[in-house]
Design a protein around this ligand. Sequence first.
Ligand SMILES: Nc1ncnc2c1ncn2[C@@H]1O[C@H](COP(=O)(O)OP(=O)(O)OP(=O)(O)O)[C@@H](O)[C@H]1O
Length: 317
Amino acid sequence: MADLAIETGGLTKRFRRQVAVDGIDLAVPRGAVYGFLGPNGSGKTTTIRMLLGLVGATAGGMRVLGEDMPSSTSTVLPRVGALVEGPAFAPFLSGAANLERLDTADRSAPGATRRDRVASALERVGLAHAARKKAHAYSLGMKQRLGLAGALLMPRELLVLDEPTNGLDPQGTREVRALIRSFAEDGTTVFVSSHLLAEVEQLCTHVGVMSAGRLVAQGPLDAFRDGGAARVHLRTPDAGPAQRVLDRLGLTADAAEPTPHADGADVVATLPDDVRPEEVVAALVADGVRVRGFEVRHASLEERFVALTGEGFEVAR
Ligand SMILES: Nc1ncnc2c1ncn2[C@@H]1O[C@H](COP(=O)(O)OP(=O)(O)OP(=O)(O)O)[C@@H](O)[C@H]1O
């Protein structure tokens, strides 16, 4: 069995009639940066709140860092750093004072090292220069980074981050992403929710896709990238003979009729796993088909996820 930082079985949350999370089986390997992807309202925040013991599950089980939750909350949570829903800070306290206050509330955090740990967490997120500034004067990006600093006051084995780049400008987004990468490089497992496919694609080693409360896909990101059928895009003035060659090789055309083009016509067909693109070109040429364009394209991650969830993803970065 893989060593899992988060594992759930049939995890379910119902709010009166509505099923927000519908029997999900999460498997988050240790050391992964796991992107928890799904459109708004698909159940990501509710799942995170259950994992952190902020709300009870209606049914199902969960283990976090190898321990049953919520029964082991008091021993597990000190090992987990969390950033959930835009952290609330005391506006008239400085960034450093806010972190000191937060740290004081953590019974596992030793007071003797508090000041040093606060300073190094601020340093880590690039806020050392603003340590004495009042939190209300922080930009949204700085507040978000202060929230991340709060999750880093103690060494953590797992970070759970709910939409950490929400509301940030592109620069702030890049900074937060770089920070998350640096946590992962230290060996921390990161579980990060997002409704932005591009973000998950750039950041994560693993992905879980939520749709209407269900986990519709999960696994290493590379498996999604390499999966998905390849299609050949052929441009030729000899569409009829081309189609016959493709049929013979077992390629199924996307449309009954090729798309007309000034330079002939475009034929698009799905390439079976056991046929190599060069065989297709050779067979076409051998049959006298004039090949004016030939390209093999894999379905993009976005196309695959849209197919899984039936919904579009925001592609904004
Ligand atoms: N406290 C609550 N009471 C009733 N319904 C709730 C509650 N919290 C969440 N829901 C519902 O559960 C569903 C899942 O919500 P959730 O916030 O988990 O989704 P999400 O994927 O995190 O979306 P978002 O990205 O918008 O936060 C939604 O339909 C939401 O309206």
